[in-house]
Design a binder for this molecule. Sequence first.
Ligand code: DP6
Length: 359
Amino acid sequence: MLEQQFIPKACNNLLESGSFTWSSPSNIALVKYWGKREHQIPENPSVSFTLDACKTTTTLSFSKKSNQDEFSFDVFLDGKQQDDFKPKIETFFKRIESYLPFLKDYYFKIETANTFPHSSGIASSASGMSALALCLMSIEKELDSDIPEEFFIQKASFLARLGSGSACRSLKGDLVVWGKHEEIDESSDLFGVKYPFEVHENFKNFHDTILLVDKGEKQVSSTVGHNLMYNHPFAKERFKQAHKNLSELINVFKVGDLKTFINIVESEALTLHAMMMTSMPYFILMKPNTLEIINKIWAFRKETGTHVCFTLDAGANVHVLYPENEAEQVYEFIKNELVAYCQNGHYICDRIGFGAKQL
Ligand code: DP6
């Protein structure tokens, strides 16, 4: 599928005003996206679990304006005007204008709220950009009611990607693939797709407890990090490795092989951070407590034979992943031994979810 297919046919019957509300989740990558080309095209395919508790709800109100010279919008987070969000949204609007030609016809009021605290170190760009993309697609659907459900989600994912790459994995499905992979016919660099193959019971209802080790603002933005993969000495091998890891996960998901799952997921997390540590300039996002937690998880897993493992985002927080049938035992361990390493003892209990909802 080509970008051109997302350019709508001309439509003159603009709505005067209206409003739409969507709630969209965050996601946690198992095979990581780190490195992109122009136009938000990923250097390698990635796959993620959709989360259920970490969500953004966005209401987009729109009213027709007389001049069509520029974008006009205001953003509110939890009811408070948030001008520092505007440059990111302006860039997003510029990138998607040719796919949504009505953007300059309206003044938009964007009211957004996250279920997780803004200062939790959890990136809200995946849930935020996907929720906004869905609201915009709801306007397009009003203008062209023939848009099929599948295309609606696909284009929402396509648009969300142009806001923030990982956001395109937050639309629909519990496991989502983004980026062309030779064994997954449906996969695309342009949007995320629901993982199309068999998934064993072991991965149903998987848990993710997010340990908030450092709630500060990110020291290095993902965009800067992605750019450091240009001319990175290990980039080529890393991109190859992501393809191989996703290939292996296909069988892991099918047969429920938790041991191999752990090996791949933890290796992906550490490789992501290894790329940061070996870029020029280099940087470290893990904190001492990130390592304490990782070592505790390894010791607990060895001692109990449970299948708890960790993954990391571009930050110091640790996502503790574990299957439903071990949830009680692992949760006790988290409360008794890991929460002490969290900033102010804060953590978030999440699990696999199924995607966005219109409210
Ligand atoms: C480490 O999607 O935040 O979370 O496309 O520049 O907005 P931009 O980057 P972003 O990168 C996320 C990187 C990651 C890994 C992942 O989610 O796959």
